[in-house]
Design a protein around this ligand. Sequence first.
Ligand code: FES
Length: 228
Amino acid sequence: MSRALARSAASSGRLPATTAVRAVSTTPALRESSSTYESPFKGQPKNKVPDFSKYMAKRPPSSNALFSYFMVGTLGAISAAGAKSTIQEFLVNMSASADVLAMAKVEVDLNAIPEGKNVIIKWRGKPVFIRHRTPAEIEEANSVNVASLRDPQADADRVKKPEWLVMLGVCTHLGCVPIGEAGDFGGWFCPCHGSHYDISGRIRKGPAPLNLEVPTYDFTDDGKLVVG
Ligand code: FES
């Protein structure tokens, strides 16, 4: 019935030719032919893995491992050398320069200091008192009852050689520089607030809480003192 209608419409010229063809293609015969389409992937496994065998290395696996070890070792050595160089540069930059190191230690010729005299030197920006003590002063320093002191310390613990007393010239109260051969105890006197230190540099009277500090020092074989 539809074919007859299409043909009559086409012959009468009321419908375009394409319309006629489309009407014809709806026939059961054509529907049957389109259902016979065969997929080219039919029967193939769903997740087929591509074959990469032609890309594989032709050499034995051991030669590849050798190359890998060589590359890892070389890169490790280069990295270690770079890290060492970086750390070395950093430490060199951070360490004290030659002029700072020169100031870190001060050498004093003790032969130039007569007995019973004081010398003041500058070390790291601070005054250092050096006293060449007489036998009477040494005896006086040792005759003090240590237990009665505010900052108990025996004279022997403050000197390396009894005749040489070396200590920082900074008052332990608020940092003034005490005056030598002054005060009630024949040692040093701080005029800022009235602290008295004895001939061993120990606090005996006034507001200062501690004895004068003893710096690091040593004696050389040729009669010199090295502070620092
Ligand atoms: S600073 Fe020396 S007594 Fe105060």
